[in-house]
Design a binder for this molecule. Sequence first.
Ligand SMILES: [Zn+2]
Length: 297
Amino acid sequence: MDLLTHCPLCDHETFRHFLTCRDHTASGERFDIVECEACGFRFTNPRPSADEMGRYYESTDYTPHQDTSQGLLDVLYRGARLYTLRSKHRLVSSLVPHSPGRLLDFGCGTGEFLNLCRSKGWDAQGLDPDPQAQTVAAQKYGVAVDDPTQLRTMPDDHFDAITLWHVLEHVPDLFATVEQLKRTLAPSGTLLVAVPNCAAFDAQFYGADWAAYDVPRHLYHFRPDDVRRLAAHAGLTVSDVRPMRLDAVYVSLLSEQYRNGWLLRAPVVALLSTLWAARHEHRHSAQLYLLRHTDAP
Ligand SMILES: [Zn+2]
């Protein structure tokens, strides 16, 4: 395990305990989330070292689900993914004036979004650390996916759009990664960062059972101000924040499952979360942050 002695956002050295959460998908182990005493940033600490992290990603996706509720969640998840893939592409296209342009999907997984963008004419590249995902992307879509370490070799001012769909919360070296992404982003480009929001109603309702804490895979638990400060550090500005509406439903269903609760309550919690977010700015269960160069034209 790696114990962080400095806040990843402000470098402060004292933290208070925030929550202890269980890893519901891989290990069953418990992990602490701490809160920086200076800036309030929440992060998983201690966290598995680079060598240890692999086993926490060993997925149960390949074993057949006996349990009906798990099966239902799977179907919902896959359906939602298909729907969101298309809306993600529409959104990215609307943000790039002369689309299709150059796109980087950082943390592209098995390459579904990458493949869709390529089929729409984008010059699209993907990076992902998971060798299995790289193999699937190559076999299924014929796309070569490199390791994220290759980001450093990519040209300056290059991409019109860089997408991180639920990726930044997994990235060990936060500042260095965002700085590199900024470097490769074209002067008028947009960096799209989708992350869970632990300031949402459903996060408060479910507490330690909130599925989007997803320890130890989620290293950081962002709130809107954390994303703004991280962006500013790299010379980027949050130009817009959009809700990821389906996430509230999926996260609530999973959270009910984790606490052996009542699955039918999940849509109600998701609805309350959405209604609450309508009255409180930027409090959706998961949000998409649009980042642009601070000195953008
Ligand atoms: Zn801090």
